[in-house]
Each structure stands twice: as C-alpha cells, then as structure tokens.
Design a protein around this ligand. Structure first.
Ligand code: SF4
Length: 256
C-alpha cells in the first residue's frame, strides 16, 4: 500500500508561461516517481519550502477539494481557456496510486464538460477509462530511453517503459490523440543508446516533443553536448517529417 497524504487548496486552475499549454492544474503536491535528472518541480518545491526533503517529495499529497475547486472556477474561466495541462509540477497518473489516477480522470471529465480539452503527460500508466472521454484530449508519456536499468536509476518510482508505451498505444488504437515527450534526453556519457530505436517504438503517435537535459553536471561536462543535441534534434525532425508526425524541439536544444 502506497502512502498518500491529503491536503486542501484555495485555487486550482492557473495560467502558465511555458512553451506549450496555456492553462494548467496540479492537484497533487510531490511525486512518488522521484526522478533524479533532477526534477525541476522538486528543486522548486524545496527552494520555496513546500517540501523539506526528497523523501517528503516522494510521499504525494492529494488535493482533496480538487473537483469542488474546478466546479467553482470553470464557469468563470472556461471561455478563456484553450486547453488545460495535467500537470507541470506532479504526475496525474502516478504509478500505483489509484486514488490520484481516478481524480485525474474525474477532473478531465469535468473540464471537458465545459467544452475545454485537456492534455495529460505521465510517467505512469494511462488508464483505459480515458478512452471514454473527449476525443479532443491529448495523452502523452515521457520516454527518454528503452533501457529499463536506466529507468530504475533515473525514474525509480515511475512505471516501466513497456507499460507506459502499451497504455499509450491502447489509447491511440481507440482513436485518441497521443504524444511523447523525449525529455530530458541523456547525453552519451550518461547513457549510450540509439534514439532511432526509441522513435521507431513510438511511430504511431501524433506528436513528439524533444528536449535536452538541464541542471545536470554530467551533461554539462560532456564536451560535444551542443553538437550531440543538434544531431539528435535533426534525427527527430527527419523522423517526424517522414512519418507525418508533428514535433516541437524545446528551446535551447537545437542551437545552430
Ligand atoms: S514524474 Fe515529473 S514531477 Fe514527478 S518526479 Fe518525475 S519529473 Fe518530477
């Protein structure tokens, strides 16, 4: 049994300044996936005193009044919102946390009822229940490798890659829009691998986002870092163009 804490909040939906997605919600504090790239959300939570340790970060706290807050905020905000992203500072389908997954599905259903689509990104397993929600939603997984040992080292609490990919494929086969975030992609001094193999595995998706690793001393020490990320970015672009897949290369990844 996974430990889950409970909190309440005063607001839920907020406008973001990121490269994609204009509104977002984070209905959990912390994340049991405990990514060690490091996780930017964890670094920020620690810096601003929302958590005091990695252990506390890895013990998630669900926002119990999420659906009440959404029901209150959506009538006022729905017309201004193009889409809602779940999530930026946590994972909506935390591996092994049924209560969080169920709340995420319920939140998406409620948001869709205001004719607002959602975009979800996870390192867990995307639930089959998403099949019955709006076809305007888009569901994504993060996939930076196919090497399960590397997954255990860098994303210790997240779902095994094969489970993530299988859940995404099921949604694609049901006609849902799917995407993959290949970020933070490791440099060869972290892991030697073939990006082409990853791309082949996910050739069914509608969109691929590719981004480099930041805030990591090992990556910064890699002398050919810039050339490497330029080369890998072009591999992604060529693959997507050949396979009619939309793509986005994150800022600072392709620097020519
Ligand atoms: S899944 Fe996302 S929020 Fe959770 S620890 Fe990993 S990077 Fe951070």
């Amino acid at each position: 049994m996974h430990e889950l804490q409970h909190i309440t909040r005063k607001s839920m939906l907020y406008k973001t300044e990121v490269e994609y997605g204009n509104w977002a919600m984070n209905h959990v504090q912390g994340c049991s996936h405990g990514c060690l790239y490091p996780c930017y959300a964890y670094l920020m939570a620690k810096r601003f005193g929302r958590v005091s340790s990695y252990e506390q970060w890895c013990t998630p706290a669900i926002v119990d009044n999420t659906l009440e807050l959404l029901a209150k905020e959506l009538p006022k905000l729905a017309k201004k919102i193009d889409s809602v992203q779940l999530c930026f500072t946590t994972d909506p389908f935390m591996y092994g946390y049924d209560e969080i997954c169920q709340m995420s599905v319920d939140a998406i259903r409620l948001i869709n009822s205001f004719d607002v689509p959602c975009t979800a990104l996870s390192k867990g397993v995307l639930p089959e229940e998403l099949k019955s929600l709006s076809q305007k939603n888009a569901y994504g997984i993060t996939l930076i490798s196919l090497n399960e040992q590397y997954r255990q080292k860098t994303e210790p609490g997240a779902a095994p890659y094969v489970e993530r990919i299988a859940s995404l494929k099921k949604l694609h086969d049901n006609g849902q829009q799917t995407w993959v975030s290949i970020e933070p992609y490791p440099t060869p001094n972290l892991l030697e691998q073939d990006l082409g193999e990853i791309l082949k595995t996910i050739s069914f998706v509608d969109k691929i986002i590719f981004g480099r690793t930041h805030y990591n001393k090992v990556v910064s020490a890699y002398k050919q870092c810039r050339e490497f990320y330029n080369e890998q970015s072009h591999k992604v672009i060529d693959f997507c163009q050949e396979n009619d897949i939309a793509y986005h290369i994150k800022d600072g990844t392709l620097q020519e």
